[in-house]
Design a protein around this ligand. Structure first.
Ligand SMILES: [Zn+2]
Length: 71
């Protein structure tokens, strides 16, 4: 028996034709996929987007320093 899966964004049941092969999986639609992507972007990538590669490298260094070279 196949258990129906629900979209993690809108909790709608996924349409039967939507399988793991779907580009939207595990979301019910592109819309929900984009919403999920947007939530993600909120946290991190929105900021990264405004950075130059040099700034990003600098941030990366800072994080490494505080993590690995502490003490
Ligand atoms: Zn959905």
């Amino acid at each position: 028996m196949i258990r129906s899966q629900t979209c993690p964004i809108c909790n709608e049941e996924l349409p039967p034709e939507l399988t793991a092969d779907s580009p939207y999986f595990p979301f019910c639609s592109k819309r929900c996929q984009l919403i999920d992507l947007g939530r993600w972007a909120d946290g991190r990538y929105a900021i990264v987007d405004e950075m130059t590669p040099e700034q990003m490298a600098e941030e990366f260094d800072k994080q490494n320093e505080s993590g690995y070279f502490e003490g």
